[in-house]
Design a protein around this ligand. Structure first.
Ligand SMILES: Cc1cc2nc3c(=O)[nH]c(=O)nc-3n(C[C@H](O)[C@H](O)[C@H](O)COP(=O)(O)OP(=O)(O)OC[C@H]3O[C@@H](n4cnc5c(N)ncnc54)[C@H](O)[C@@H]3O)c2cc1C
Length: 532
């Protein structure tokens, strides 16, 4: 049940009449929620502790090189287009989005390359070359992937785009889950259709991009194969930061507030409902509703540390499976634009032992001896990310999160780990790289913990496993407190830009449209409207 707060006085000032929402965090979850709620007539106030908006999608510039710290691959740009349209605007007027071709190259240890693009016949021709017997199985797998996408994410009302806070909503889809073999892992699903190990990797690695172990997360994540092939892989010019900046501008132009460099340290409560937030300065901001885009454990353990929990106690949260963390090495290179001609925008250097590598990271909590690397070279597509003639790169290695008791001390090993990565890069992709780097910036799991207040330094919040999804994931409508809502990677449906946007879309569905409510007073006492 949603309840309007009593008229509350903070700092001697009476809150304005407009129904207000305090949003903790200006990641893509918080920003899209703010856009949608502004559009519905709410007065939104967004607070973020960082210097710029975008959260994990923010960027940092050094010596003319823009380092995009997080998302580099945009799938389903139509969801961003729909968001802007819903707010009476046209995304293309604000941000340039470009479809890439190829989407990415997978380079295997023996130097075999699988170039993934939307060109179906080209992709199938590659399969015919190195795994001709798998072509039939591949086609069947893609049909399954299409069915998974259509069921889980294709339209509003699909499972991934609806609130799943009622257990019944999850139970009633179990028969479809069974039909789609959601009980299997993505890897097992791929392996049941194709036998070539390279193709099995190509069809199953995607959960790693959202923090999931391909050998344990549900095969539903196989839907990414279909959506990539059907809709494409895109790049946001100016990086994800450019999109986030425009979203913040839109919020402000609709009358909302975005306050940066400001940490929220408490969610204010009265009886069992949220009534505002307290900033680290001690200032109290009253609000009718609170939306948290902060990391899950931060929301429930720290900001609501004073509140007794029904479901998400510290113990329960700690016991969950958290996504892996990341070691991300950003660097700018000098006068290299005409070098390394075969290296495109996205490259994945596949390590020699997929299962062992993933097992080391997720199960044993060890650094794999031999690693896979994702290499981002946006300067191939976007001239604004590096000085003329130079390149900007990031290389990402999946590493265990900080929940494991092991002897990985990041401050001590950061340098040697980077050297290890450099060896792989020089050997397999970018010969001579070491002497061409002019500026760099490294993020270890400790930085994820510090910068985003991320539990165990996890890159993507709770791992998107079957029993940590839908009803089993912390709900968009908080189970702990009335008038508190969650958006972002830690709530339903889960991590990745499409998921995070969907969480805001769900909030939009839950909260009533104030512009359509002629008489506010009657709206607030109308239980039918308020009931969720
Ligand atoms: C390296 C990397 C690469 C990725 N690549 C991709 C990709 O290619 N494609 C894709 O779709 N997804 C990708 N992802 C995942 C995607 O970036 C995230 O799932 C998504 O951006 C998370 O958005 P969010 O809104 O949940 O949270 P966040 O981006 O984490 O934002 C939360 C915000 O809340 C703020 N905050 C937290 N606590 C407080 C507090 N107490 N007070 C004030 N502010 C607070 C933080 O400062 C932060 O700005 C990637 C992630 C990483 C880390």
């Amino acid at each position: 049940m949603l309840k309007k707060t009593d008229e509350t006085y903070f700092n001697g000032e009476r809150e304005v009449e407009k129904t207000s929402v305090a949003i903790i965090g200006a990641g893509f979850g918080g920003l899209s929620a703010a856009m949608l709620l502004s559009e519905k007539g709410y007065h939104v106030k967004v607070f973020d502790r960082l210097q710029n908006v975008g959260g994990r999608g923010s960027s940092k510039t050094q010596k003319g090189h823009r380092f995009d710290l997080g998302p580099t691959i945009l799938t389903l740009p139509k969801n961003f287009e729909e968001l802007w349209k819903r707010c009476g605007d046209d995304l293309s007027q604000h941000v340039k989005i470009e479809k890439l071709s190829p989407y990415y190259d997978l380079i295997f240890e023996d130097n075999d390359v699988l170039s993934v693009s939307g060109n179906k016949s080209n992709f199938e021709a590659q399969i015919k070359k190195f795994a001709p017997d798998d072509l039939k199985g591949y086609r069947k797998f893609m049909r399954l992937s299409e069915r998974q996408y259509n069921f889980a994410f294709s339209k509003k009302g699909s499972m991934g785009r609806s609130p799943m806070h009622r257990l019944w909503d999850t139970l009633k889809v179990l028969p479809i889950f069974a039909l789609l073999r959601a009980d299997r892992s993505v890897y097992r699903s791929a392996a049941s259709y194709v036998s070539n190990s390279k193709l099995r990797f190509a069809l199953s690695f995607h959960p790693l991009f959202v923090g999931g172990n391909p050998f344990t997360v549900t095969s539903m994540w196989g839907l990414v194969n279909y959506l990539e092939h059907r809709f494409g892989v895109y790049y946001i010019h100016g990086g994800a930061q450019a999109m986030a900046n425009k979203m913040a501008e839109k919020i402000k132009s609709s009358g909302g507030q975005v306050t940066l460099n400001t940490t929220v340290n408490k969610i204010l409560t009265k009886e069992n409902r949220a009534i505002g937030v307290q900033l680290e300065t001690g200032e109290k901001i009253s609000a009718d509703y609170v939306v948290s885009n902060a990391d899950l454990q931060n929301t429930y353990d720290s900001l609501l540390g004073h509140q007794k929990k029904k479901r998400w106690t510290k113990h329960k949260l700690d016991a969950k499976n958290w996504s892996m963390s990341l070691f991300v090495w950003h660097f700018g290179t000098s006068k290299t634009r005409s070098k390394w001609k075969n290296v495109g925008h996205h490259t994945i250097l596949v390590g020699p032992n997929y299962k062992k590598e993933v097992n080391d990271i997720f199960i044993k909590g060890e650094l794999p001896q031999e690693m896979s690397l994702y290499v981002h070279r946006p300067s191939v597509t976007d001239k604004t990310c590096a000085p003329k003639g130079d390149d900007t790169f990031y290389v990402l290695a999946c590493v265990p999160n900080l929940s494991f008791k092991n002897d990985i001390h990041w401050r001590d090993i950061e340098k040697s780990y980077k050297t290890k990565i450099l060896d792989v890069l020089e050997r397999r992709l970018l010969p001579g790289l070491g002497r061409l780097i002019k500026t760099e910036y490294v993020m270890t799991p400790l930085d994820f913990k510090e910068r985003y207040l991320s539990h165990f330094g996890s890159g993507f919040s709770l791992e998107p496993q079957m029993f940590q999804s839908a009803w089993f994931r912390p709900h968009n409508i908080s189970e702990e407190l009335d008038n508190l809502f969650l958006v972002g990677a830690g709530t339903h449906p889960g991590p990745g830009l499409p998921g995070v946007l969907a969480s805001a879309e769900i909030l939009d569905e839950i909260l009533p449209d104030l512009k359509k409510v002629a008489n506010k007073a009657s709206y607030h006492t109308n239980k039918k409207v308020m009931q969720v």
